[in-house]
Write a protein that binds this ligand. Structure first.
Ligand SMILES: Nc1ncnc2c1ncn2[C@@H]1O[C@H](COP(=O)(O)OP(=O)(O)O)[C@@H](O)[C@H]1O
Ligand SMILES: [Mg+2]
Length: 499
């Protein structure tokens, strides 16, 4: 239910009520009202309105005016709440009012407001549509991916895209600064504008307060309070099957009603493609957009375009890393940024002053993930820096496991690192192959060095690699190598181990 002055709009039933009584309104006039109301204060352009109300027909613009004036007659004293912005479009104005009941609370509390877009979303059209359509049947949809991959940006855009489907509200709740289950529940109560009987909320009261309202709850940054979020959501969706929850997290919630949506990096150009192909990639577009907003004239030169393509590929298409790299162009130039990518932890710093602290440097983004690992998993993670390319579980155990680090710890550690989006896994037939992105490896490498373990791990790896080149008694080395491993990968790692 959306309130406009003394009126309530029920988008699902397509009815307009005045103080609870149904008021007759023509179908097109209702559509116009629904579009402007669902935009929740955002300006709806003329084209957007025409496309929404007459999706398959081209009609004269004055048709909107005709239906709008009929609508304004019905709204009477509240007619001025639908504003026509000359030459631009239409906008819903809201009067400040006191919260009088649970039904009106979520709108008045402002929890439903999504922040305005700061900049253009690149390369996510399909993802936005897919997420919107998944939310019609999935109760809890978790956008999972590494830090800075664009989960929050995508979640907000997807929520905006499907906000018209949610008659009650779209509530955004930021979890990043919270630490306890009580904090999480309190933030949900506040974000949804719920009024509870006592000061300390419990889940059952929140379930009761939500009733069977159709609403979309967006929970941003769940990874560090993941267990609390999992338990709360499990209860909320059982209590209200009309509720939809969109979560962003570096790791899945692991609850029954959850569907996972892995957020991919932005598109990067493969090595050796043409400049035209490079310029079609969304990661390259983001780099150029950000660099040009600071410097101008980047990307006109053909050699420069190739370097930008290479930078984006080596940054793995991660938008945050690309933004940080683009910001460095002002001081270092494209060639300078490209040349210093091996020292990326040092140069990918100095993000937007207004960004979250953990988004101001690449290192801080990883710190946020690293800090929530237990000590054993932290140790495994930093040791994985010695693998320059993909590796199997067997190879990892052969190099890592010792009296202090068992195979069981390796199993739980690698499972956790994959879940937390720090290690990528691919399947070659039945075989799982793990890999750290170039940026993740650079961070893990710093940690390995800081811990004073680089030398030990490098020698262990070198010992393991040389053992592979020793033929077993009576065996043929070439045949064994062919059977046992990917020779090229081993040689790559051997090169790294002795360099
Ligand atoms: N598709 C995109 N197009 C343009 N900029 C993006 C896109 N995705 C992310 N960004 C930018 O990258 C940065 C990190 O994105 P964010 O959504 O906060 O990542 P995450 O939530 O995964 O940590 C932000 O500054 C955001 O504006
Ligand atoms: Mg985020």
């Amino acid at each position: 239910m959306i309130e406009i002055g003394n009126f309530q709009i029920d988008l699902e039933m397509r009815t307009l009520l005045q103080n609870g009584e149904e008021v007759h309104v023509g179908s097109r006039a209702f559509d116009i009202l629904a579009v402007v109301a669902a935009a929740a204060g955002r300006l709806v352009t003329k084209d957007e309105m025409m496309n929404a109300v007459w999706p398959d027909t081209i009609v004269e613009e004055n048709n909107v005016q005709v239906h709008l004036s009929a609508l304004r007659k019905i709204l009477g004293p509240d007619r001025d709440l639908i504003l026509t912005v000359p030459g631009r479009g239409y906008q819903l104005l809201q009067r400040q009012k006191r919260v009088t009941s649970r039904e009106t609370a979520s709108q008045a509390a402002g929890g439903r407001r999504l922040p305005p877009s700061k900049s253009r979303l690149l390369g996510r059209d399909c993802a936005v549509k897919l997420i919107s359509s998944m939310l019609t049947h999935t109760h809890v949809l978790t956008l999972v991916g590494a830090g800075g991959i664009g989960k929050t940006t995508l979640a907000i855009e997807a929520a905006r895209h499907c906000s018209a489907d949610f008659a009650e509200a779209v509530c955004l709740v930021e979890l990043a600064t919270l630490t306890t289950p009580e904090d999480v529940l309190g933030a949900i109560v506040e974000g949804c504008g719920l009024t509870l009987p006592g000061p300390q909320a419990d889940v059952a009261q929140v379930v009761a307060a939500l009733g069977r309202h159709r609403m979309l709850l967006v929970l941003d940054n769940a990874e560090h309070v993941i267990a609390a979020v999992a338990h709360i959501l499990d209860a909320l969706v059982v209590g209200n099957d009309m509720l939809r929850v969109l979560v962003t997290s570096r790791e899945p919630l692991r609850i029954m009603p959850e569907t996972i949506f892995r957020v991919d990096p932005l598109g990067v150009p493969p090595a050796g493609c043409t400049n035209e192909e490079i310029l079609k990639c969304s990661a390259v577009n983001l780099f150029l957009l950000r660099a040009n907003s600071l410097q101008g004239e980047i990307g006109v030169d053909s050699a420069e375009i190739r370097l930008v393509g290479e930078i984006c590929r080596r940054l793995g298409g991660i938008p945050l890393a690309i933004e940080l790299a683009a910001a460095r162009v002002v001081a270092l130039g494209v060639e300078g940024v490209h040349r210093r990518l091996d020292d990326r932890m040092a140069i990918l710093a100095g993000g937007y002053r207004t960004a979250l602290p953990r988004h101001q440097t690449l290192r801080a983004t990883f710190d946020w993930s690293f800090a929530i690992l237990d000590a054993k998993t932290q140790s495994l993670f930093r040791r994985l820096a010695i693998f320059g390319s993909s590796f199997t579980f067997e190879v990892m155990c052969a190099v890592m496991c010792d009296d202090e680090f068992s195979v069981a710890s390796a199993i739980s550690g690698i499972t956790e690192l994959v879940a937390k989006s720090l290690v990528n896994v691919e399947f070659e037939g039945p075989v799982a192959k793990y890999r750290l992105s170039e940026s993740t490896r650079a961070y893990a490498f710093e940690k390995l060095q800081a811990e004073g373990e680089l030398q030990t791990m490098t020698s262990r790896n070198a010992r393991y690699l040389s053992s592979l080149f020793q033929p077993q008694a009576g065996g043929d080395l070439n045949e064994e190598l062919g059977n046992r491993l990917d020779v090229k990968q081993t040689l790559d790692d051997a090169r790294i181990a002795i360099s």
